[in-house]
Design a protein. Structure first.
Length: 53
């Protein structure tokens, strides 16, 4: 699973094989953080939100 996640985020096999597990996980988190900036943050619904719905 980690291999697929890293490769889908453009990490090369050579880089993958030279990195330790925590480095790969950090890479995946940073990649997601950089590429998902445009997504809206999820807001927890309040009672008034439910009432409006």
């Amino acid at each position: 699973m980690l291999l697929v996640g890293a490769f889908s985020r453009n990490l090369s096999y050579q880089a993958f094989s030279e990195m330790e597990i925590f480095m790969i996980i950090e890479y995946v988190f940073k990649y997601n953080e950089i590429h998902n900036k445009n997504e809206k943050e999820v807001k927890e619904a309040t009672q008034s939100d439910f009432d409006k719905f």
